[in-house]
Design a protein around this ligand. Structure first.
Ligand code: ADP
Ligand code: TRP
Length: 327
């Protein structure tokens, strides 16, 4: 079969904390896989979105740079993909305004980030309320057609499609209609308490934390208190689910067989998990060390990314400005 369809991929990730295993298996690894299939790939650190939650200058700038270093270390290749910082492309904020003038309040009132906050009796900032419009501008500014996202972001892609559709309808064909590419749902990575791993739940295992400290954290993973000799169903156990992310097929099957036989201790599984995770990320950790020693190289990659991204965004912004009569 010949594949003729080309893809212009775009993804954004908020630099609101250090990346954890959930971010890797649920998102980052899939961005990296896509860079080989896409005709063009844009990936950015959504620092303007993160401003809604990170209120310290030092934290935001450090987290933004660390996110870039992490993505490069994990295999994002600047020769294949354009990596940049969202705020380095001011054209997007201008485009956001143009879209905002045609955004019904009701559409944003239905968006979950705002709605959830309001339901909890909290007041939201305009930044949180209009967050989906900035996200739409991010997507439309690069004529992207494929946006890999988790389930929680699908609603925002729908908003983007709505806004692009009504702009095109009002002013003539201007924007490419994007589609969400749902990231693998099977990659719901559990945290050390067995709930979904998330920095909001304080249950994460970070990709680049010190292996010794990480091993200690792994040894503290909550397990059930059934007797050792009782056979267990591996699929139900979060420790096994974590182990499966790293181990190859043969090791995974051996581990599953051990669960089903019973007569093992969770300590053994935890040790095996720590070993596998350490080996799995060893190469990335070495690449990260190298990048940390050459911060200038990272700055150059981001500057080059920003200039490529701006070139494209300026072209789309001009198209939109001309369409609606401000240019
Ligand atoms: P967090 O929940 O830690 O705040 P984010 O919401 O910033 O993480 O997630 C960034 C990306 O990582 C999203 O695409 C999201 O779907 C993915 N992701 C986050 N946590 C997990 C998880 N536990 N399992 C799978 N994917 C995840
Ligand atoms: N809102 C996304 C998140 O929290 C991040 C993001 C910002 C994004 N702009 C985007 C994702 C554009 C995809 C496309 O995960």
């Amino acid at each position: 079969m010949t594949v003729t369809q080309t893809m212009r991929v775009l993804s954004g990730i908020q630099p609101t904390g250090r990346f954890h295993w959930g971010n890797y298996f649920g998102a980052i690894r899939q961005y990296i896989d896509l860079q080989d299939q896409a005709e063009e790939a844009f990936h950015f650190m959504a620092n303007l979105h993160a401003l809604n939650t990170v209120r310290s200058r030092e934290d935001l700038s450090r987290l933004t740079l660390e996110a870039a270093v992490d993505l490069l270390a994990l295999g994002l290749n600047p020769e294949k993909a354009t990596l940049f910082v969202q705020s380095d492309v001011p054209e997007v904020s201008e485009l956001c305004w143009l879209l905002m003038t045609g955004t019904p309040m009701g559409l944003l009132e239905r968006c979950h980030a705002y709605k959830d906050k309001k339901a909890r009796g909290l007041t939201a900032d305009a930044g949180l309320f209009t967050y989906p419009v900035l996200m739409a501008a991010d997507i439309l500014a690069y004529d992207s057609d494929t946006v890999p996202v988790g389930e929680d972001q699908v609603q925002h892609i729908e908003v983007c499609r709505d806004l692009a559709g009504s702009f095109n309808h009002q002013y003539g064909e201007t924007f490419v209609m994007p589609k969400a590419k749902l990231l693998e749902a099977s990659a719901k990575v559990p945290g050390i308490d067995g709930e979904k791993m998330s920095k909001s739940y304080n249950n994460t295992l970070e990709i680049f934390e010190d292996p010794k400290a990480q091993r200690k954290k792994i040894m503290r993973i909550v397990t059930d208190s059934r007797p050792m000799e009782e056979p267990k169903e591996p699929g139900d156990d979060h420790l096994y689910q974590l182990y499966s992310l790293f181990a190859d097929d043969a090791k995974r099957e051996d581990m599953a067989a051990m669960y089903r036989r019973g007569g093992f201790g969770y300590g053994e599984v935890k040790k095996a998990l720590a070993d596998e995770a350490e080996t799995y990320f060893a190469e990335a950790r070495a690449r990260r060390k190298d990048l940390e020693a050459h911060p200038q190289r990272v700055r150059e990659i981001l500057a080059d990314g920003a200039s490529r991204a701006r070139k494209k965004a300026a072209e789309v912004l001009l198209r939109a400005q001309q369409a609606c009569g401000v240019k």
